[in-house]
Design a protein around this ligand. Structure first.
Ligand code: 4NP
Length: 159
């Protein structure tokens, strides 16, 4: 199974989801069965490392963020089984790349797996213009949702 996380810049939220989710899949012994990546709807940061503030918060949680930003492509939508958007705007941009209904169904919102998501806002807030506190809150949201998502993926692999 292949899972792709998508945000706007691919330097804050989606690389965070990638590293957090990978740890949860590793904890479940499923690393060889799940391929995990991230990308951005925009290309301005392509080739860049994750945001320093995300790297620092990840380190405090025992996670190492590596990888470089890249822009999502229409072929990603064909190649990945699940394409998980961080907010509604990312989801709209992804749906604009989808060519048929089967592909549209692969596009999901991360907070649909967050048991604490408020009904009106299903997005992971963008911490880019915030500070360390906003990055820590973003990690907390991503962690909660990825825990449920990892359970869901584990069930799909061995129902
Ligand atoms: P991300 O955060 O989408 O979580 O990676 C952002 C990164 C960069 C910008 C906006 C959001 N930007 O405007 O450059």
């Amino acid at each position: 199974m292949r899972v792709l996380f998508v945000c706007l810049g691919n330097i804050c939220r989606s690389p965070t989801a990638e590293v957090v989710f990978r740890q949860k899949i590793a904890d479940r012994g499923l690393l060889t069965e799940v391929e995990i990546d991230s990308a951005g709807t925009g290309g301005w940061h392509a080739g860049n490392a994750p945001d320093r503030r995300a790297i620092v918060e990840a380190e405090q949680r025992g996670l190492s963020m590596t990888g470089r930003a890249r822009q999502v492509t229409a072929s990603d939508l064909r190649d990945f089984d699940l394409v998980i958007a961080m907010d509604e705007s990312n989801r709209r941009d992804l749906l604009a790349l989808a060519t048929d209904d089967e592909i549209r169904e692969r596009v999901q919102l991360l907070r649909d797996w967050d048991p604490e998501a408020a009904g009106h806002d299903r997005g992971v807030p963008d911490p880019y213009y915030g500070g360390a506190r906003e990055f820590a809150e973003m990690f907390d949201i991503v962690d909660r949702a990825c825990e449920r998502l990892a359970d869901d993926v584990a069930t799909r692999l061995s129902p």
